[in-house]
Design a protein around this ligand. Structure first.
Ligand SMILES: *[C@@H]1O[C@H](CO)[C@@H](O)[C@H](O)[C@H]1NC(C)=O
Ligand SMILES: *[C@@H]1O[C@H](CO)[C@@H](O)[C@H](O)[C@H]1NC(C)=O
Ligand SMILES: *[C@@H]1O[C@H](CO)[C@@H](O)[C@H](O)[C@H]1NC(C)=O
Ligand SMILES: *[C@@H]1O[C@H](CO)[C@@H](O)[C@H](O)[C@H]1NC(C)=O
Ligand SMILES: *[C@@H]1O[C@H](CO)[C@@H](O)[C@H](O)[C@H]1NC(C)=O
Length: 638
């Protein structure tokens, strides 16, 4: 019977043999619940200027810059950077606005534009100086040459100290594009003493789940679509800093914004740290993700290493950070800081930590293997015996149950070689694929040069092969996180990235890789099922069950079958004739090089209902270069 179906199926595509697969009902190893995750660091303005929803660029004049750029004067005001009478010790500089007559002030163009819609914007600024009158906060359209929103704020400014002014700005008209500026203006005649100083000039649109100091809504929605179950943060190379003392310090990223100095990140610009440790934890809560908290482990990206005798304070500081997140609100020192200073008495839970990032780079391997990893591992394990502690590279001789991190930036044909990589793992030490992406075409002679701007279909299918290979080994693979997550189209030396955007949400690009991850992540295998039948090639597959729903699942990617479709003959033990299943197939009609881009969508999604024929056989066909999920619902749970 199955043979005759096989004959029928092969008749459609004579060139290709059918792939025959019988899936058992014996539940095998439990899959990692964190299989599909995301990884984030502020790279190329993907935090500030990206996910972090602040609209004002250089809002607090942080860093070493001596310029007030991109602020510009309104009227005949003169702008300069002041460093006397600071707002706080964290924010020593401010904007001095002097001179002029009539209406004066300053404007800010945002992060390559500002999205202005009919919605309430929440703003705030600090002033120091003697001014009687009102301030006007407004949005101006450059393109339309008109004011889109304006609100007056009565001044409470004095020369004696800094006063905060809050406002809400609700446009009556949407801008149509992001070519808008924000400005604060006032009457020069109300100023005594020649000038006013301004600082922490901030405007937020409505944020995801209306979090104050929160995240950009559309970008969070793009992440939520992928149903990620893990967040690896805060880096990445950006966590390390290039040179002392610029590693990511958790204490500097918490509390009121006026107490956050920011830091020189690894990617040549100053991070505001408005997106700080607490915001990361809230991000995990909002998308229901497990935090994977990484710590600086004594290696700066530039190669400078903290010596063994000097490392202990860094280890202690990481324990303090964990206590800040997880400690009891009354009985622990840093738990009390969380509760009293931040009003967050309920502890968070952190089950995964990573010690450093790519500590094999720039001469870091020997110190990492000899003392850096073990000092962190031993200290964390002693206090948190159940914590999964991940080394930032693949390495031999790991202690105890330490896990490791595999990163791969590759070309599609080479990435296919990783399909069976995890079959060979010894099972003693788990692994996370903490960064992966295809970054250049197979034809590229140098993988790093002339990379495509966007993920493209062939690369995304090869990534699916890697993911499916990982999922077949999801007893030992904790999960995978594509990197980098975001591409700011106005500043993008590193490409390709998973999601590209500008200030204008209408230009957001959810890449072909995003579409693939979204499909693979949306149907979760809780336990693997063993299969008998044909070897997994050119159909790379993983079979499993979701024990909470009873669904039987087959995920498959067809890679390089010379353009021919592959007929599939699949049975699941216990599934009888007449049972229906949902088959979702992704293809790219425009070919292997097609990409999702601004205004262009390359991926075709087909959803079909299949019915099992006699013997419970599902017979269907998968096109070459496709990614698919077959889900058989309504089967008894085991
Ligand atoms: C963007 O990131 C790359 C690293 O991928 C870095 O070399 C470059 O300096 C960054 N540029 C900006 C403007 O952030
Ligand atoms: C806004 O428009 C001006 C004038 O047309 C142009 O020079 C500028 O590049 C535009 N800026 C943005 C962010 O689109
Ligand atoms: C401005 O708003 C913030 C946040 O809601 C609040 O903490 C602060 O007290 C307000 N300041 C003034 C002067 O109203
Ligand atoms: C660690 O896990 C075990 C087994 O699940 C549990 O009994 C124990 O309470 C956990 N310990 C801590 C410190 O969470
Ligand atoms: C599968 O199982 C997980 C974990 O029990 C559950 O959260 C999920 O919603 C289930 N269904 C699908 C379709 O993945």
């Amino acid at each position: 019977m199955i043979n005759s179906l096989l004959a029928m199926a092969t008749a459609f595509v004579t060139a290709a043999a059918a792939l025959k697969l019988d899936v058992s009902s014996t539940t095998g190893a439990a899959s990692s619940p964190q299989m599909y995750g995301i990884m984030f660091e502020d790279i190329n303005y993907s935090g500030d200027g990206g996910l972090y929803a602040e609209l004002i660029r250089n809002r607090a004049f942080q860093g070493t810059s001596t310029s007030v750029s991109p602020f510009t004067a309104v009227g005949d005001a003169r702008l300069s950077l002041a460093s006397t009478q600071p707002l706080s010790s964290a924010l020593p500089k401010s904007l001095a606005v002097a001179g002029g007559s009539g209406t004066i002030g300053f404007a800010n163009p945002g992060w390559w534009g500002i999205d202005v819609k009919i919605q309430p914007y929440t703003g705030s600024f600090y002033v120091r100086g003697d001014y009687t009158g009102k301030f006007t906060a407004s949005f101006q359209s450059i393109t339309l040459k008109e004011t889109l929103a304006s609100v007056d704020i009565e001044s409470s400014a004095t020369a004696a100290g800094w006063t905060q002014h809050n406002f809400t700005l609700t446009p009556t008209k949407a801008a149509g594009n992001a070519n808008n500026t924000f400005s604060i203006t006032y009457s020069a005649s109300g100023v005594k003493g020649g000038s006013l100083n301004f600082n922490l000039i901030s405007v937020f649109p409505p944020t995801y789940k209306n979090r104050p100091n929160g995240m950009r809504k559309d970008l969070m929605e793009a992440l939520a679509e992928m149903k990620p179950s893990l967040l690896r943060f805060p880096g990445g190379n950006n966590m390390e800093g290039d040179s002392p003392p610029n590693y990511w310090k958790w204490q500097n990223t918490i509390g009121p914004l006026r107490d956050r100095p920011g830091r020189l990140g690894t990617w040549s610009y100053h991070n505001t740290d408005g997106l700080g440790l607490v915001e990361y934890m809230q991000w995990c809560e909002d998308l229901n993700m497990e935090p994977l908290l990484a710590t600086f482990a004594g290696l700066y990206l530039g190669g400078s290493v903290i010596s063994q005798s000097a490392l202990k304070p860094y280890v202690d500081d990481f324990l303090n950070e964990l206590e800040f997140l997880m400690g009891d609100a009354t009985t622990t020192k840093y738990g009390a800081v969380r509760a009293s200073n931040l009003g967050h008495s309920r502890p968070w839970k952190v089950n995964f930590v990573e010690i450093g990032n790519e500590d094999n780079l720039n001469g870091g391997t020997s110190s990492y293997n000899s003392y850096r990893f073990s000092m962190f591992y031993n200290a964390v394990k002693a206090k948190y015996p159940n914590m999964t502690i991940i080394a930032s590279m693949e390495t031999k001789g790991l202690p105890g149950d330490a896990a490791q991190d595999y990163h791969t930036y590759n070309k599609p044909n080479a990435m296919i070689g990783d399909f069976s990589k995890f079959d060979k793992y010894d099972r003693k030490h788990k692994v996370i694929v903490g960064e992966y992406a295809n970054i250049n075409k197979d034809s590229a002679s140098n993988i790093w040069n002339n990379r495509p701007l966007y993920p493209w279909w062939r690369g995304s299918v090869a990534e699916a092969v890697l993911a499916i290979g990982a999922e077949r080994n999801s007893d030992v693979v904790i999960g995978l996180t594509y990197a980098p997550l975001f591409c700011n189209l106005n500043s993008h030396q590193w490409t390709p990235d998973l999601i590209a955007y500008t200030a204008d949400p209408a230009q957001t690009v959810l890449s072909t890789s995003h579409v693939v991850i979204k499909l693979l992540s949306s149907v979760r295998i809780t336990n693997l099922l063993t299969t008998t039948g044909d070897p997994p090639k050119p159909v790379y597959y993983a079979a499993g069950i979701n024990t909470s729903t009873g669904s039987r699942i087959l995920k498959a990617a067809v890679y390089d079958n010379k353009g021919a479709a592959v007929p599939m003959i699949v049975t699941f033990a216990g599934v009888v004739a007449g049972t229906s299943a949902t088959l979702t197939v992704l293809t790219a009609p425009g070919g292997e090089n097609s990409a999702n881009a601004v205004g262009a969508s390359a991926v075709k999604t087909e959803v079909k209902t299949l019915t099992a024929g006699s013997g419970g056989v599902f017979a269907y066909s998968l096109p070459d270069l496709s990614v698919s999920v077959l889900e058989v619902k309504g089967v008894s749970k085991v």
